[in-house]
Write a protein that binds this ligand. Sequence first.
Ligand code: SF4
Ligand code: MSK
Length: 623
Amino acid sequence: MIDPRTDVSITSDGNLLFDKAVKDNVETVWHRHEAQQPQCGFCDMGLSCRICIMGPCRVDPFGQGPQTGVCGADADIIVARNLCRMIAAGAASHSDHGRDLVEVLEAVSKGEAPGYKIRSEEKLRRVAREYGIQTEGKDVLTVAGELADAMMEDYGMRRKSVTLVNRAPEKRRKVWEKAGITPRGIDRETSEMMHRTHMGVDNDWVSLLTQGLRNALSDGWGGSMIATEVSDILFGVPAPKPTMVNAGVLKKGQVNIVVHGHNPVVSEMVSKACISEEMLALAKAKGAAGINLVGVCCTGNELLMRRGIAMAGNHLMTELILSTGAVDMMIVDYQCIMPSIGKAAACYHTKMISTSDKARFPGMEHHEFHPDNAEEKAKTLVKAAIENFGNRKQVYIPVAPQEAVGGFSIETILGALGGTPAPLIDAIKAGKIRGAVGVVGCNNPKIKHDYGHVTLIKKLIENDILVVDTGCVSVASAKAGFKVPSAIEMAGPGLKEICGALGIPPVLHLGSCVDNVRILVLVSALADALGVDISDLPVAGSAPEWYSEKAVTIGVYCVASGITTHLGPMPPVTGSMNVVKLLTEGLNDVVGATFGVEPDPEKAAVFLIRVIEKKRKALGLDS
Ligand code: SF4
Ligand code: MSK
């Protein structure tokens, strides 16, 4: 039996809404996780294979049963293939999200996307120049069309490398060239990864994992980077804004619409419809004081970054938010949307809407969004949400919202520093800031909700380590109060002094999962300013509660970019000591960084602090 006080969440809204869900007979992710126990040990170690139909096969980790699958693949090959397929799936997800944005950019350039426009002409022209496009004297839509074309080429096989790898420091690019992992085309690397892992193709676990690195880099410096850059061009470059977080952002007297998923193409249009005079008048006519748009997961992060829209919760809160009975409509796009939530919503009056042709869910009405109809569709949905307001029964919003600041793009961070990373470097050199850690990723019912994130971040800032975060971590840290300027009181003396002088919190919200690329851009700027490689910097990464294939890909592109990365939950690799050793030790010789796995966030903090102090020493910063 699940005990909510000890098993579910460290947050009060999480625990109170779990109780409410239980009372209402709503099945949650924790119930289903419990029902799955014990989970398969072979799969947990990466030792099961169902790639072909001669199988499924399992290798016995104790050496008594079979040591190969029917085809003869041993533990090393099976584990490496499984991990590589996770990388391919993660890269495909982010990069397909990026492709959708490029298609909107193209439609805007042709005048075929009413409601969308170029919000940052400066960024459009800047990125276009990086693609070698001559921008002078050309009108904005022509440049948009040419950039969309050039980005589409990045997805293919005509280039030597994806364009934005040029943002990496020269030393890093040389590392990639030497290792043969410079990503060529975004789709090409994913497709080749799937080919190599077919039965009877690449049966060398080192060669497989090398392609895994290249595939992940095609996401980090390709598909995800394109997703972030085009989102900034279409919807604006984020700047710091006050916002609110936790389930308390839902409002009793207003029409509550929750957006969930990842792609801002849908949520931006919904946000526009929510502030239209017509919709506000309709809401008032139906007895609501207004329309309250809030987010969960990463599409919420996209809106928070650019519009200051409040966040109701992260991944494990998505079912619980429904149990407030206060959600009049939830609109989803894709990724991290549990197929269970339609069923959870059926216990209440909530209307559930899916919007993407590639993401359908049980218990949801499907209203497909395309660039040419998105503006109209958004209005139709908001209208339906308003109509549904009167159908509410009991509403339970058990907490008051927590204040936070979000919206730190690299442009804003550098702007706040006077246009160059020099002041940040000076603070690092002086030891006031010991280094920085990007804490990223999801929730996972294997770990008490938000415990890993909050415990780790608390320890890091206490030790004068600046934290930047994205994705579901960013909601956890905002709920814990780390994202208000007064949070410097929880930081060590050096970090407190620097953040206090800049008027920023010690934990900076950099955005959604694809926005992890902002971290790559920031560390590249720091490395260039110091004349070193990324792997020389006192920085590290961490995913304390990760669950998704996308998180594997992010971790791998961070390590391949030279950032040592901690993982909370163990990936399914322990069936091969060769693979484990390569990931945790051997990669150091190839890319100058490795993985560390530690489920206990207190111990993980010690690991990360050690990584940072070692880098400082090697750079001669404390001599
Ligand atoms: Fe079994 Fe080999 Fe087929 Fe995998 S690829 S299912 S190990 S026969
Ligand atoms: S939403 S990938 S649970 S961070 Fe990006 Fe959160 Fe992880 Fe999904």
